[in-house]
Design a protein around this ligand. Structure first.
Ligand SMILES: [Cu+2]
Ligand SMILES: [Zn+2]
Length: 206
């Protein structure tokens, strides 16, 4: 399919270059280009529908890119999440898929934890293992989860990946500290501020 598209583009380019002075030609060429763009969009959409993954570029609150993430579907219905980050504070950081695909600092625009049901924290569809950032500010992790499919990430308002300032307690508050976790803990795991955010985008499987 890729070869056909490349050839069509080359032909369209040549025909308009060969007739630069004819008025009808540029119009035909523009129409051709429009058609080509439409075809490409259709091709991309159909490829995406069959075996697509997701990707996100993570940015800190100052707008610097601090890493990226990819999500690939697996045949058993689970997904593999791969993340690489740099220039982040060392230590454990809460790491979740959030419900809205919008990363405006301080990233509250990304909403709460992505969830396909009405779970509490620790059971949310978008809850992931904490990310360990090494002394040099980098982290790398590969995670498997069966709590969501790639398509779930692209509901009406999209989704985003968030890294928090603090570790995540997964709403695990021993009863010697409190009778039960409070509402904030049950929603967030007390992971604190959002220090990096990336909007989920569709990506073809490589
Ligand atoms: Cu989060
Ligand atoms: Zn959660």
């Amino acid at each position: 399919m890729g070869t056909t598209v490349t050839r069509a583009a080359t032909t369209a380019g040549k025909s308009s270059a060969a007739n630069p002075n004819l008025n009808p030609r540029p119009r035909a060429s523009a129409a051709g280009k429009l058609l080509l763009i439409t075809s490409l969009a259709v091709l991309a959409a159909s490829a995406g529908a069959t075996n697509s993954g997701a990707q996100a570029k993570l940015h800190d609150r100052s707008g610097n890119q601090v890493g990226k993430l990819t999500i690939h579907p697996r045949e058993d219905g689970s997904v593999t999440v791969q993340v690489r980050v740099h220039d982040l504070p060392p230590g454990f950081h809460g790491f979740h898929v959030h419900a809205v695909g919008e990363c405006a600092p301080p990233f509250t625009s990304a909403g709460g934890h992505f969830d396909k049901d009405r779970h509490t924290h620790g059971h949310h569809s978008g809850d992931l293992p904490v990310l360990l950032v090494n002394a040099d500010g980098t982290a790398r992790a590969t995670i498997s989860t069966d709590r969501f499919a790639v398509a779930d990430l692209f509901d009406g308002d999209g989704s985003a990946i968030i890294i928090h300032a603090n570790p995540d307690n997964y709403a695990n508050i021993p009863t010697r500290y409190a009778d039960a976790p409070d509402a904030t803990t049950l929603a967030t795991g007390d992971a604190g501020d959002r220090i990096a955010c990336g909007v989920m985008e569709k990506a073809a499987k490589d």
